[in-house]
Structures are given as C-alpha cells and as structure tokens.
Design a protein around this ligand. Structure first.
Ligand code: DMJ
Length: 423
C-alpha cells in the first residue's frame, strides 16, 4: 500500500534469528533513518498490521531495541481511525492483497485506516480474516502503550452463525453477515488461527477465545472436513450450504493450527485432532508431490476425478507461500516424525531449482511444468515466513520454543504472557 519497506520490516526477526548480524544492522538503520510513517494514499489495515506492526513488535521483543517499539506504537496510532465504524469493525480493502499479485497489478484498492477519502459505508463488507487478525498485535500495542483497544470479538460472539460456521463477509455497519461463503483458506483463515493463538498468548487465560475456537473447529469438522475417493482428507469450502471441493494453498496452514490446538484438549479430542492435522498436512504435501516442480499450486481440487491438483489454469501458480512448510514445522515440533523434515527439504530443493533467480527468489506461474516462467516478484512473506519456518524446522525445539512464543499470521514471534511476563 502507501507504506514502503515491507520486505525490510518483514525480514527483521528472520535476520536476527538466523544471526545475520550485518544485514540486521543494515535493516535496523533503515528503520531508524528511512522508514516514513506518513502514508501517502491508502494501505491495508490487515497487511500493515500483520507485516509491519507484527514485524516491529517481534524485532522489539527479540532485541529490546526501543526504536522498534516506538515505530510500532506510532504506526498503531495511525491505524485507529479504521475502527471508527458503527460496529467498531474496520472495513476491508476491496481488491485484497490476497489476490494473486502476479496476475493482478492493482493490489491495493481503497482500504481502511490511513486515508479517509474512500468512505467505508460504500465499501460494503468487512472480511473475516482481516478484522479477525488484529487481536494478537493490538493486545501487545495496548500493553506497551497502556491504551486499551479491541471489541471486535464481542460482535462476533453475539451474531448468529449458520450451522455454527463463520461466513467470510460481514457488514461493518449492521454487524450481520453479508453472504454465506465459509472458508478456512483465503478470506477466513487467520481468524481461526488468532482465536487459538489468543488463548495461548494469554497463557491459557482467554477462555472466551478458546471456546470460540473449539466451537468453530467442531462446526468445520462436522460440515467441511471430507475424504476424497483416493483417501485424502481435505477441508472444503461452503457456499450457502453447498460444498466446493477445493482447498487453497492458504488453507494448508490449518494442519499446523489444528495440531497446535490439539495439544491442549482431552485425550480423545487430542488424538482426533492430531490425526486430522497430520492428514491435512499429508494432503497438502500431496499437492506438492503431484506437481512437476514439487511445489504446490495456489488451489487444488477434489472433483471430476481430480485429487489434490489444480484443475484451472488460473490456479497453477506458486508465489513462494509459506503455509505448507508452516504446517511441517508445527507437526515436526509436536510429533518429531522425521518425515516432516524430509518434506521440508524437498521444498528447499525445489525452491533452489525453480525459484532462485539472480536477485533473489521469484514466484512461478505454473507448478506443472519443469521449466516454469517467473513472475518477477519476491513476496515479503518469503523472508518473513517461508524461510523462517524452514529454518525452524531444522533447529532445536528451544529456538523460539512454542512454550514461550506464538507466531502471528506472518510468522512474527510474540511472547506468551506468562505470569512473570513483566519481569
Ligand atoms: C501471509 O501474508 C500471511 O500468512 C497471511 O495470513 C495470509 N497469507 C500470506 C502468505 O501466503
């Protein structure tokens, strides 16, 4: 959007964790001297929050350097006008950054937060994964600044949910659902992630978040989890009661999330959820192994005889997304089954072979050809997430231990609020 330097800020904690001292110092200097917070035009509240606020907060917590904290607070302050709607729910970008960047040049159309020129009332609806992915970062901003915020969850708790499911679009004016499309992939994904992670970050005190997560997952298990003819478990999408037998690459984060949440249930539930998490992660791995590049497509389907493969030309691209290796990392940490490290290494080799270019790494337009063309784009989440999760997959468990840190949806580690948090 209107902000510059996404890659620098998204990569700060990765550089630090990997002990790339020189590059980290260079990035820090850029934040001190060149990071301009005066947005010219419009930027997405969601993207600024997960990439910039998350990146700055993690850099602060890892290093204790005040500059990262003060920039995060200053930027957070600028986002507050976005909450000025009748429900307190911020509106969404119409052309979301979730659209495939390689294919859609106009990434950011009118968005919330920094500019008031666009008029939220006409924007129509807010996206679940956008307004539902603010809690972790804003809780830390509240703690660091002493200013309490957030009230979105109250609206969501109150509104009636079809079959217990959360549709992806809600009106920021009336607080009711705009249409009944449900997905654990794009448009819905990180809302569910932030429920379970809010509970974990609160040192398991935020029981409201846990209950909402448990209820949502129960509805998902009941209505969306399916098994293909070939025995692959997947999570379908739901359109007003009709299933779309498709999984997006984005939905592949759910293996890791379900495993993380499973850790904390009773025996039966724990086992069931660990199995589900492993099965989904296996399906996502299949979407990689069934391609010529050994990288997965943007979406894959389970209909018309197809199993874990893209059936549409427009879904064959790979833009360096992290979700599959993210799940490998969580499943490795929680089970220590070596297959997850083998699978991660397959991805490393495929990235080297097909995505490395002279100036860095690039997305590819078609995973089903051995000579794919590049999209000339290195998404900032490649350094923030994909490489960080791959690195952590091969580290000891005490490097950013899951006992002490939760990763925001852009893989920025935030500390768990243990009782001795302040000390
Ligand atoms: C990232 O920006 C975040 O993980 C977000 O939640 C959705 N997906 C992209 C990477 O694919």
């Amino acid at each position: 959007g209107g902000l510059r330097g996404a890659t620098v800020i998204d990569a700060l904690d990765t550089l630090y964790i990997m002990e790339l001292e020189e590059e980290f110092q260079e990035a820090k200097k850029w934040v001190e001297k060149s990071f301009d917070l005066n947005v010219n035009g419009e930027a997405s509240l969601f993207e600024v929050n997960i990439r910039y606020i998350g990146g700055l907060l993690a850099a602060y917590y890892l290093t204790g350097e005040e500059v990262f904290k003060s920039k995060a607070l200053e930027l957070g302050e600028k986002l507050l006008p976005a909450f000025n709607t009748p429900t307190g729910i911020p509106p969404s970008c119409r052309g979301s950054a979730r659209a495939p960047p390689a294919l859609n040049a106009s990434l950011f159309s009118p968005c919330s937060g920094m500019s008031w020129s666009w008029g939220w009332a006409s924007a129509g609806s807010s996206i679940l994964a956008e307004f539902g992915t603010l809690h972790l970062e804003f809780l830390h901003l509240s703690q660091l600044s002493g200013n309490p915020v957030m009230n979105i969850r109250r609206v969501l708790n109150r509104v009636e949910k079809p079959q217990g499911l959360y549709p992806n679009f809600l009106s920021p004016v009336t607080g009711s659902w705009v249409q009944h499309h449900v997905s654990i992939g794009g448009l819905g994904d990180s809302f569910y992630e932030y429920l379970i992670k809010s509970w974990l970050m609160s040192d398991k005190k935020d029981s409201e978040a846990k209950k909402m997560y448990d209820d949502a997952l129960e509805a998902i298990e009941k209505h969306l989890v399916k098994k293909s003819a070939g025995g692959l478990t997947y999570i379908a999408e739901w359109r007003g009661g009709i299933l779309d037998h498709k999984m997006g690459h984005l939905a592949c984060f759910s293996g890791g999330m379900i495993a993380l949440g499973a850790e904390h249930g009773g025996d039966e539930r724990r086992q069931r959820h660990m199995e589900l998490a492993a099965e989904i992660t296996n399906t996502c791995h299949e979407s990689y192994t069934r391609s010529d590049t050994k990288l997965g497509p943007e979406a894959f389907r389970f209909d018309a005889g197809s199993e874990a493969m893209a059936t549409r030309l427009s879904e064959r691209y790979y833009i360096l997304r992290p979700e599959v290796v993210e799940s490998y990392m969580y499943l490795w940490r929680l089970t220590h089954d070596p297959k997850y490290r083998h699978w991660g290494w397959e991805v490393v080799k495929a990235l080297e072979k097909h995505c490395r270019v002279e100036a860095g790494f690039s997305g590819i337009r078609d995973v089903y050809t051995t000579t794919p063309s590049h999209d000339n784009m290195q998404q900032s989440f490649f350094l923030a997430e994909t490489l960080k999760y791959l690195y952590l997959l091969f580290c000891e468990d005490d490097v950013l231990s899951l006992e002490d840190w939760v990763f925001n949806t852009e893989a920025h580690p935030l500390p768990i609020n243990h009782t001795d948090f302040k000390a």
